[in-house]
Design a binder for this molecule. Structure first.
Ligand code: ADP
Ligand code: SF4
Ligand code: MG
Length: 381
């Protein structure tokens, strides 16, 4: 089957300048040769520490920024070859939800106008059917239809992110990239918005809601593995601009093959109020992206590193789990000791949180508008 989106050898460098005259100091190789395919209706999570290139990759996939090298096919077309008019039309099918819902909504447009814009622009509804569709979208994300009259500043952080999601859905896309869609929200609101996303994705997988028979694929960019575990079908783990492990979520979480993934999994953050996140059990700092280590980029922090790791770049190859599509980039992939099962590796608090989150997902239509008024207290902007 042809994937919905396929990236081959994607690369992106940013010039880094400093000093009064903005002298070029060097380049950050933010995305350093990434291959990726996303199937229609699939949820793929991209995880990794801050600065590893997740946002850059997300923007490259939607051509919000231009790659320096590589190929990108979307819905069977050469996405990089599209001229600006063709790209505008294609964008209908590929949307993004940003981390900060306030910065990404136009403060001068009412919510109704914000949602009506893509519907009209792409000619999806005419006349009074536009307002009907706006009402439908608002209800879909758990807001009342009369919220259309209000402006972004009148909503809480969680509600604004719901509006951001509704706007992404308005053009009936085939793909949405969510770049840390809940991490700017208050912890108490994060679960609600995730719950909404999980609910929408479940329904959209079958070609609804309002997807005109088009199933919705979702790329979830996150550094929170606890969240990813409950939403994603597949995971890609990034380290310093490269994918180091990828596979079905249960394979990557159940039998993590890369030393970096194992370290990340041991560091699933705790979301209980008042508890500081546990530090990742990784030795050493993340190397400067201006001068990434040669060979395996992880070798400066890897407890298993051998001489070969310092000069040979490991390829993504079949992981020892034997599960289809589970791949790992590690020279020692067949020789590492088996990973401890997650249930034993994590402490009780982590398991409790994951269970609570799972229960939350199982419960729940989105909270009605009146109850969300309570979200305002304590919700971050
Ligand atoms: N516009 C930019 N100019 C210069 N450097 C950038 C730019 N965008 C990102 N970077 C650098 O690229 C690397 C990857 O950044 P990013 O994709 O934002 O990572 P993540 O989303 O995983 O935190 C970082 O070192 C970051 O500083
Ligand atoms: S290739 Fe070597 S340094 Fe890299 S993760 Fe594997 S063992 Fe560690
Ligand atoms: Mg980012």
């Amino acid at each position: 089957m042809t994937p919905l989106l396929e990236a081959r050898g994607l690369e992106k460098r940013f010039a880094v300048r400093s000093g009064m005259f903005g002298r070029r100091q060097g380049f950050v190789h933010a995305v350093a040769g990434i291959d990726l395919a996303i199937a229609a209706g699939e949820t793929l999570a991209i995880v990794g520490e801050s600065g590893c290139g997740k946002s850059t990759l997300g923007r490259l996939l939607l051509r919000l920024i231009e790659p320096d090298a590589g190929a990108l096919r979307f819905r069977g077309e050469d996405f990089l070859a599209l001229d600006s008019e063709a790209l505008r039309r294609a964008r209908r099918h590929a949307q993004i939800v940003f981390q900060d819902p306030f910065a990404s909504l136009n403060p001068r447009l009412s919510v109704g106008a914000t949602l009506a814009e893509p519907i009209r622009l792409h000619g999806l509804r005419q006349g009074s059917a536009v307002a009907d569709r706006v009402a439908e979208l608002l209800e879909l994300v758990g807001l009342r239809a009369d919220a259309a009259r209000n402006f972004p500043h009148e909503f809480s952080g969680g509600q604004r992110q719901r509006i951001g999601i509704a706007r992404a859905l308005a053009s009936e896309p085939a793909l949405i990239v969510g770049d840390e869609p809940v991490s700017a929200l208050d912890v108490s609101v994060q679960a609600q918005v995730l719950n909404l996303l999980s609910d929408l994705l479940g329904r959209a997988r079958a070609g609804g809601p309002g997807q005109q028979g088009q199933p919705l694929a979702f790329v979830l960019i996150s550094h929170d593995l606890g969240v990813v575990r409950h939403i994603a079908d597949r995971v890609a783990v990034m380290y310093l601009g490269r994918i180091v492990e990828t596979g079905p979520t249960e394979a990557v979480f159940g039998r993590p093959a890369h030393p970096y993934t194992r370290a990340l999994l041991a560091a699933i953050p705790r979301h209980e109020p008042g508890l500081a996140p546990r530090p990742a059990p990784l030795s050493g700092d993340v190397p400067s992206p201006l001068a990434p280590p040669p060979g395996c980029r992880f070798h400066t922090r890897c407890a298993f590193a051998e001489a070969v790791c310092q000069h040979e770049v490991p390829e993504l190859l079949a992981a020892p789990s034997g599960q289809a599509a589970h791949q790992v980039a590690c020279h020692l992939r067949d020789r590492l000791p088996p990973p401890p099962p997650l249930a034993e590796a994590g402490d009780a608090a982590v398991r409790q949180r994951l269970a609570a989150l799972a229960a939350f997902f199982d419960r729940s239509p989105p909270r009605p508008f009146e109850q969300q008024a309570q979200d305002r207290q304590g919700a971050s902007a």
